[in-house]
Design a protein around this ligand. Structure first.
Ligand code: IPM
Ligand code: MG
Length: 360
């Protein structure tokens, strides 16, 4: 059976990194078909909308989406609903991609890239499971209005709504427990239950779901403490499960612990196993088109795509092993380059991964 992959390169470095990931997928000789559509600023430029109907339709039809990155300075002054970021939010919502898996792994060869001491981060291997379609990101009502009450009544106020339905918490908690079960069986649920009703509710539901997973050790942590623990002693974590807003912030922090955000993939899955796969980093418009970007996060996202949406674990392993081999050979793009290693461009890094694939 041929699997349709929607290729959405996006803006900035998106097209060049996605090109390398697509080359790697093609080289594996799997039964894949690719269709490409613009997204983000590129789609706005072509069709007047960051997520035009043709792009959304392709995304819905595909088994998986290989996504580059969106955003560019030139679109910063557009109305919110036309900004490139709306494409990613729109895809998450339209496809119900509620489960976001963001691994933060420190590759031994890159231990010096972290701004933390090697003894704090060496061996780091965390997965953040972030809820992606609820919380204050999508809660309504929201907007700007005349304050109805309080000391500033009558003044203009901006407001958003933090909310989680029980089903939303249950299903992401299950993903957290299942992920932990495949690893070291430790799950830390992060919330702000000392202040927020939504968080207390979240915690109560997670505790209830835990009854089905007696083999997983569950802990709870307030988000401010979690932010601190991530830089103090990050190896205490195995899997973290948290809501959309806290997960947005903590996943960037965790990515930076490794010092090489250019290496980190992510997966966003729905109930049907359909998924969107993208690097954890952004569109870096300042280095776009210069053959400088690190394609490895996108190549590793392609590996997650095979593993989670197509159930092709062996092919996924091959990609991961090829990436490790290339790092062991000393090849580095500018973002992870250090003395004694060989600096290569985006294209050459893609070439090297292809060569490594052929060797195994
Ligand atoms: C992310 C990004 C997005 C988010 C933005 C681009 C809307 O920061 O994927 O983490 O906030 O979720
Ligand atoms: Mg973010």
């Amino acid at each position: 059976m041929t699997h349709l992959i929607a290729v959405l390169p996006g803006d900035g470095i998106g097209p060049e990194i996605v090109e390398q990931a697509q080359r790697v997928l093609t080289a594996l000789d799997l039964d894949l078909a690719f269709e490409t559509e613009p997204v983000g600023g590129a789609a706005y430029a072509k069709h007047g909308h960051p997520l035009p109907p043709t792009t959304l339709e392709l995304a819905k039809r595909a088994k998986a989406i290989l996504f580059g990155a969106v955003g560019d300075f030139q679109y910063d002054s557009l109305a919110r609903e036309l900004r490139p970021e709306q494409a990613i939010l729109g895809l998450r919502k339209a496809l119900g991609l509620f489960a976001n898996l963001r691994p933060a792994i420190l590759y031994p060869e890159l231990a010096n890239a972290s701004s933390l001491k090697p003894e704090i981060v060496s061996g780091l291997d965390i997965v953040i499971v972030r809820e992606l379609t609820g919380d204050i990101y999508f809660g309504s009502p929201r907007g700007v209005r005349s304050a109805p009450d309080g000391p500033f009544a009558g003044e203009r106020e901006g407001f958003d709504t933090m909310r989680y339905a029980e089903t939303e918490v249950r299903r992401i908690a299950r993903i957290g427990f299942e992920t932990a079960r495949k690893r070291n069986r430790k799950l830390c649920s992060v919330d702000k239950a000392n202040v927020l009703e939504t968080s207390q509710f979240w915690r109560d539901i997670v505790i209830d779901v835990a009854r089905d997973y007696p083999d997983v050790e569950l802990s709870h942590m307030y988000v401010d403490n979690a932010a601190m623990q991530l830089v103090r002693a990050p190896r205490q974590f195995d899997v973290i499960v948290t809501g959309n807003l806290f997960g947005d912030i903590l996943s960037d922090e965790a990515a930076m612990l490794t010092g090489s955000i250019g290496m980190l993939p992510s997966a966003s899955l729905n109930e049907a196993g359909q998924g969107l796969y993208e690097p954890s980093h952004g569109s870096a418009p300042d280095i776009a088109g210069q053959n400088l970007a690190n394609p490895l996060a996108t190549i590793l996202s392609a590996s997650m795509l095979l593993r989670y949406s197509l159930d092709l674990g062996e092919a996924a392993d091959r990609i991961e092993n090829a990436v490790k081999r290339v790092l062991a050979e000393g090849l580095r793009t500018a973002d992870i380059h250090e003395p004694g290693t060989t600096r290569v461009g985006t294209q050459e890094m893609g070439d090297a991964v292809l060569r490594a694939l052929k060797k195994d």
